[in-house]
Design a protein around this ligand. Structure first.
Ligand code: GTP
Ligand code: MG
Length: 196
């Protein structure tokens, strides 16, 4: 369980992020996939991270200090069609620069909408992480939005893609911010990594 969560700083510039002296876990995924909602659910806060029904809400790199021990990072989403090409490449560069500049980044939590079949943009991002040697886990979101059979089928289809790409299944979690599904599993995973 997470006992304490505190907002530290928002940035566009990775150089101004907190010193990389604590283990860090970044949350990333398509716009509107539920990154900020998941952070609120994991930390048991209503409004720690700003959420919105409209994609493109989070536009900065946001650091939260958890239990005085590790950083949780809320990032802007990728693949948001309604922003201009210029902003898109600025965001993508900001995210890529951030991810490559954090030696303390223990794992990237890549959020994937459990309602959808595998999406090209997620697979491309995952490939980029793998090619950049960034360890990642998958977090399927919004599992409350459909029945378990449908969630299981979409998760299975995504994992099959992972096997096609990497001959292996990454570690994964099925979550719902609405119902707090997966909170225990994901928090335990992170806390075990932090203690190592
Ligand atoms: P950006 O910051 O725009 O990239 O989006 P985000 O990935 O941070 O998504 P956010 O947490 O703002 O959530 C987007 C929308 O999805 C909001 O309307 C949330 O209430 C909703 N949502 C997020 N997670 C869940 C979930 O587990 N279940 C349900 N039913 N809705 C969710
Ligand atoms: Mg957000």
């Amino acid at each position: 369980m997470i006992k304490k969560a505190r907002f530290i700083i928002s940035n566009t510039d990775h150089n101004k992020c907190p010193a990389p002296d604590k283990p860090e876990f970044a949350f990333i995924g398509r716009s509107n996939v539920g990154k900020s909602s998941l952070i609120n659910m994991l930390t048991n806060h209503k409004d720690l991270a700003k959420t919105s029904g409209k994609p493109g809400k989070t536009q900065l790199i946001n650091h939260f200090l958890i239990d005085d021990k590790w950083y949780m990072v809320d990032l802007p989403g990728y693949g948001f069609a309604k922003i201009s090409k210029d902003i898109k490449s600025t965001w993508e560069k900001m995210i890529a620069d951030y991810m490559k500049s954090r030696p303390n980044l223990v794992a990237v939590c890549i959020l994937v909408d459990s309602r959808l079949e595998p999406q090209k943009i997620d697979l491309e991002f995952i490939l980029w992480c793998a090619q950049s040697d960034l360890p990642f886990v998958l977090v399927f979101t919004k599992a409350d939005k459909q029945g378990k059979t449908k969630t299981d089928a979409n998760v299975r289809a995504f994992l099959d893609k992972m096997i096609e790409m990497f001959d292996d299944e990454p570690q994964y979690f099925v979550t719902s911010a609405e119902k707090a599904t997966g909170r225990e599993e994901l928090t335990t995973f992170i806390q075990n990594e932090v203690q190592e």
